[in-house]
Design a protein around this ligand. Structure first.
Ligand code: HEC
Ligand code: HEC
Ligand code: HEC
Ligand code: HEC
Ligand code: HEC
Length: 225
C-alpha cells in the first residue's frame, strides 16, 4: 500500500529486524548486567580512608608478625570480624612507645572510655548477607578477599566486592580453599612458579572440598535472605 511507503521509508524494511533486536535486546542486556552485578557502586577498589590513628598492618601483622585473630577476635565465630577495642592496643602500648604522638587518640580513648572512631573500609549494601565464619572455618583465607593486608601501611579495598566477584568464587572455589591452619598466613604458598603453584593449589583445594563436603552455593537466597 502506498500509505505504508509514506509512513515507513523503504530502507526501514531492511533495518527492522535490527531495530527489533535492539528493542528486545535491551532488557536482556539489563538482566545480564544485573546478573553480573556490574553496578558502578560495587567497584570501590582502592578505597583507602585516612584513619584517626595511623595504625599500620604492615608493622603489626607484617613486621611483628601478629596473627589477625589477636585483634579480629570474632572472625571464626561470627558473621562480623570485629575491629579491636582500645584495651587490645593498650596491652602493648602502655609500655611500648608511651610517648608516641601518633598514639595520642588511643591514650585519650583509654582514659575517657570513648571508642576510637575507625572508618569502615569494606561495606556491603544491607540487602546482602555475608558471614566471615562461614568462609574462614572452611579454609578461605583473608587474603582471597582482602589482599596482602600484612603489607598495607593503611588498609585499602583490594577487591570489588561485587556480586559477580562473590559468584566467581562460589562457582569455582577450589583454588581458594587451603588447610585451615594457613587461613591467616597471607604469605602461604607464594612459590616461584605461579603455573605449578596454581595446579597444586587447585588439586589441594579440590581434595579439601571433598573431605569437608564444601559446596558453595549460587542460590540467590544464600546471600539475599
Ligand atoms: C594489632 C591489632 C590488629 C591486627 C594484628 C590485625 N588487625 Fe586488622 N585492623 C585493626 C584495626 C585497629 C583496624 C581498623 C583501622 C584500619 O582499618 O586500619 C583494622 C582493620 C582491618 C580491616 C578493614 C576493616 C574495614 O573497615 O573494612 C581488615 C580487612 C583487616 N583489618 C584485616 C586484617 C588481617 C587480614 C589481619 C592479619 C593478617 C589483621 N587485620 C591483623 C587491628 C588489627
Ligand atoms: C603485641 C603488641 C602490640 C599491640 C597489641 C599493638 N601494638 Fe602498636 N606497636 C607495637 C610495636 C612493637 C610497635 C613498634 C614497631 C616498630 O617500631 O618496629 C608498634 C607501633 C605502633 C605505632 C607507631 C607507628 C608504627 O607503625 O610503627 C602505632 C600508631 C601503633 N603501634 C598503634 C597501635 C594500635 C592502634 C593498636 C591497637 C589496634 C596497636 N598498636 C596494638 C606493638 C603492638
Ligand atoms: C570470602 C571473603 C572474605 C574473607 C575470606 C574474609 N573477609 Fe573480611 N570482609 C569481607 C567482606 C565482604 C566484608 C564487608 C562485610 C559487610 O559489609 O557486611 C569484610 C569486612 C571485614 C572487616 C570489617 C568488619 C566487618 O566484619 O564488617 C574486618 C575487620 C575483616 N573483614 C577482617 C577479616 C579477617 C581478619 C579475615 C581473615 C581471618 C577476613 N576478613 C576474611 C570479605 C571477606
Ligand atoms: C574466595 C572464595 C569466596 C568468595 C570471594 C566469596 N565466597 Fe562465600 N563462600 C565460599 C565458600 C568456600 C563457602 C563455604 C561453602 C560451604 O560451607 O559448603 C562460602 C559460603 C558462603 C555463605 C554461607 C552459606 C551458608 O549456607 O551458610 C555465604 C552467606 C556467603 N558465602 C556469601 C558470600 C558473599 C556475599 C560474598 C561476596 C561479598 C562471598 N560469599 C564471597 C567462598 C567464597
Ligand atoms: C554469593 C553471593 C550472592 C549470590 C548467590 C547472589 N547475589 Fe545478588 N548480590 C550480591 C552482592 C554482594 C551484591 C551487591 C553488589 C553491590 O555492592 O552493588 C548483590 C546485588 C544484587 C542486586 C542489586 C543490583 C546490583 O547489581 O547491585 C540484585 C537485584 C541481586 N543481587 C539479585 C540476585 C539474584 C536474582 C540472585 C540469584 C540468581 C543473586 N543476586 C545471587 C551477592 C550475591
Amino acid at each position: 500500500m502506498t500509505s505504508d511507503k509514506l509512513l515507513f521509508p523503504a530502507w526501514l524494511n531492511r533495518v527492522w529486524p535490527l531495530v527489533g533486536l535492539f528493542v528486545l535486546g535491551a532488557p536482556v542486556y539489563g538482566v545480564v548486567l544485573l546478573y553480573l552485578g556490574g553496578s558502578p557502586g560495587t567497584t570501590d577498589v582502592g578505597y583507602e580512608p585516612v584513619q584517626p590513628v595511623p595504625f599500620s598492618h604492615a608493622t603489626h601483622a607484617g613486621k611483628i608478625g601478629m596473627d589477625c585473630r589477636y585483634c579480629h577476635t570474632t572472625v571464626e565465630k561470627a558473621a562480623f570480624a570485629a575491629v579491636p577495642p582500645t584495651s587490645v592496643c593498650m596491652n602493648c602500648h602502655r609500655t611500648i612507645g608511651p610517648d608516641l604522638k601518633d598514639l595520642e587518640p588511643i591514650r585519650r580513648s583509654d582514659e575517657t572510655g570513648d571508642p576510637v572512631h575507625w572508618i569502615r573500609v569494606h561495606d556491603l549494601p544491607d540487602y546482602v548477607y555475608f558471614d566471615h565464619s562461614a568462609h574462614v572455618t572452611r579454609g578461605v583465607s583473608c587474603v582471597s578477599c582482602h589482599g596482602r593486608i600484612d603489607r598495607m601501611e593503611r588498609v585499602y579495598q583490594a577487591e570489588t566486592l561485587s556480586m559477580s566477584w562473590c559468584l566467581d568464587c562460589h562457582r569455582d572455589a577450589a583454588p581458594h580453599i587451603r588447610p585451615k591452619e594457613q587461613m591467616t598466613n597471607l604469605r602461604w604458598n607464594l612459590a616461584e612458579d605461579p603455573e605449578i603453584l596454581e595446579a597444586d593449589a587447585r588439586a589441594l583445594g579440590e581434595r579439601l572440598m571433598r573431605e569437608l563436603g564444601i559446596e558453595s552455593s549460587v542460590d540467590c537466597s544464600t546471600c539475599h535472605r
